[in-house]
Design a protein around this ligand. Structure first.
Ligand code: 5GP
Length: 197
């Protein structure tokens, strides 16, 4: 498999995490980029596995030291991608999956465009936007998962509109109306990009 730098974005509740998990299960050669965040752990989330949970001061230090490939504030918390694991994975010929927001994706897209055309990171760059069927369904899903407070849900729904308006910046868009069908489309995009289809 040609190494890919897969960037996936979606409004919260579009089913992106489930689609990412399915992709990682099927393709062990894709490593998940664990982000840093200043938000508190949710549910069963573990430090170092789901996120690196940092204090705002630690996050500032990471930014100042240039350790993040991109970073952005999302829903009032800060998130960023550690650069070293992405570079290491590529050096070993492994693909990387990044689950990041639209602002972060824009930074990665810009960064990749500055690289020489034959750079593997540039050649393997694939950006995908996952869309919910509509806003009502998004609300139902956010309320249904019972993880977030009504305030958080309202904030995430408010932000969803802005995120959806930027879907056109992505090379690929997948509507998650039916999980199995959405996964099949996602899988085809990845197989195509890696030269296996
Ligand atoms: P959550 O708090 O629900 O895990 O994630 C909220 C949002 O932050 C999601 O849209 C997710 O894609 C985004 N996010 C997670 N990690 C990063 C990151 O490292 N950088 C950026 N820019 N966004 C991220």
């Amino acid at each position: 498999m040609k190494p890919l730098l897969i960037v996936m974005s979606a409004p919260s509740g579009a089913g992106k995490s489930t689609l990412c998990d399915l992709l990682l299960q099927e393709f062990p050669e894709i490593s998940y980029s664990v982000s840093c965040t200043t938000r508190a752990p949710r549910g069963e989330e573990e430090d170092g596995q789901d996120y690196f949970f940092l204090s705002p001061a630690e996050f500032d230090r990471y930014v100042a030291e240039g350790r993040l490939l991109e970073h952005a504030t999302v829903h009032g918390n800060r998130y960023g991608t550690p650069a070293a694991p992405v570079r290491e994975a590529f050096a070993e010929g492994q693909s990387v999956l990044m689950d990041i927001d639209v602002a972060g994706a824009e930074q990665v897209r810009r960064y990749v465009a500055t690289l020489p055309e034959d750079d593997p990171l540039r050649q393997g760059f694939v950006d995908i936007f996952i869309e919910p069927p509509d806003m009502e369904e998004l609300r139902r899903r956010l309320e249904g998962r019972g993880e977030d407070s009504p305030e958080t849900i309202a904030l995430r729904l408010g932000n969803a509109q802005g995120e959806m308006s930027r879907a056109g910046e992505y090379r690929y868009r997948v509507v998650n109306d039916d999980l199995q069908m959405a996964y099949r489309r996602l899988r085809d995009i990845v197989l195509n990009a890696s030269g296996l289809l």
